[in-house]
Design a protein around this ligand. Structure first.
Ligand code: ZN
Length: 231
């Protein structure tokens, strides 16, 4: 049985048992690369799927602003300020101390001014790295939620993604269909039926885009599966 046949069989089983499943989409590093961004947003729009866009305030171009504004499914969130590593090679992180709060809030205000109601004050830390301490500071200062990576860190007002389309350990691009399906099936096996997926349009490539189209078309066949923002 192929990976896809197995995956389809699992979805069919959940459909028969009526198990509700929610997926949600996060698109990171939204700033200046417009070509693939349009492809991904169009694809998600075709299936009426909302997308949390991790926007880098200081790298944002006018082209990308227009793309985001013209896609009703895009929800703008903040992804750092410059996406610059201020820590070590082993702990890549842009901000993790109270000193940086003012700079981050300035970026948030800028995004709010540009995007108005499309902006949601959710902080997506670059490289998904943030300390519990700094997260608490952000949540006390106008951010409604933080979104990182790793299900084990889930708690109140933290909405982490579980599935990464990019294989950072190998090629830093889309690796293959089974790499992603395996992560989704791992969520199901631990009875996590609210599955967050993160993508990087900059590096996803043609094979990755084909996979996304198939994933969306397969999951949208079933009435027990929905795609929605988790908060
Ligand atoms: Zn990033």
């Amino acid at each position: 049985m192929t990976d896809w046949a197995y995956f389809q069989e699992i979805l069919l089983d959940f459909s028969h048992s009526g198990q509700p499943i929610s997926f949600w989409w996060r698109e990171d590093d939204v700033a200046c690369d417009s070509k693939n961004l349009v492809i991904i947003l169009d694809l998600l729009l075709k299936y009426k799927i909302p997308v949390l866009c991790g926007v880098i305030p200081n790298l944002l171009t006018n082209d990308v602003i227009q793309i985001l504004k013209s896609h009703p499914n895009s929800i703008v969130c903040q992804h750092g300020l410059n996406h610059q590593n201020n820590y070590t090679i082993d702990y890549k992180c842009e901000f993790d101390s109270a000193d940086s709060l003012g700079a981050l809030i300035a970026g948030r205000i800028m995004l709010k001014d540009i995007f108005q109601n499309k902006f949601l004050p959710v902080y997506i830390p670059p490289w998904n790295n943030i300390s519990k301490f700094f997260k608490g500071i952000l949540l006390d200062n106008g951010y409604v939620a933080v979104s990182g990576y790793n299900y084990s860190a889930m708690n109140k007002r933290t909405y982490n993604v579980d599935v990464d389309l990019i294989d950072w350990n190998k090629s830093e691009s889309f690796s293959d269909d089974s790499f992603v399906m395996k992560q989704i099936l791992q969520c199901f096996s631990r009875k996590d039926f609210n599955v967050g997926i993160v993508n990087h349009h900059r590096t996803i490539g043609i094979e990755g885009i084909k996979f996304i189209e198939k994933l969306l078309s397969e999951t949208c066949k079933y009435s027990n599966i929905s795609w929605k923002i988790p908060f």
